[in-house]
Write a protein that binds this ligand. Structure first.
Ligand code: SF4
Ligand code: SF4
Length: 125
């Protein structure tokens, strides 16, 4: 039986730089605002925009399309970053993502894979 592959992040930050939406839920807004030490309303006004589907909020972008919270090669909200960021590239990705993402494929036992997913994303799979 094929063993599951865990994509081990190289922290290259490519996924923080390509244009797109980083969606934030209400719970994530509360968590990030608390991390920044500001109120939720202030966070929404200063750091989010309506997403393209107009059905929720996303983080602002920098002029080059990268995420506004990317500072050099660091995420300024890393401990509180949105689930979308935590889940890439193990729980979602797209055809050919490995041409840009430098995560290393690691073959693991099913139990070890689940543990790594839990550590990386906070999710039980
Ligand atoms: S919130 Fe952090 S991890 Fe997510 S895209 Fe922005 S800089 Fe990257
Ligand atoms: S998930 Fe991939 S693209 Fe994002 S920082 Fe890690 S190695 Fe780079």
């Amino acid at each position: 039986m094929a063993m599951p592959i865990f994509w081990e992040c190289d922290r290259c930050t490519a996924c923080c730089r390509w244009p797109g939406q980083v969606k934030v839920t209400d719970g994530e807004i509360a968590r990030i605002a608390a991390h920044l030490g500001i109120g939720e309303d202030e966070f929404i006004q200063r750091h989010t925009r309506l997403n393209a589907a107009r059905n929720g909020l996303s983080l602002l972008d920098q002029a080059d399309g990268s995420c506004a919270f990317l500072d050099g090669n660091e995420c300024r909200i890393n401990p509180a970053k949105p689930q979308q960021c935590r889940d890439f590239s193990n729980l979602w990705n797209f055809p050919g993502f490995e041409k840009t993402c430098r995560a290393k494929p690691v073959e693991l036992s099913p139990d070890a894979w689940k543990q790594r997913i839990r550590d990386a994303t906070g999710r039980d799979v």
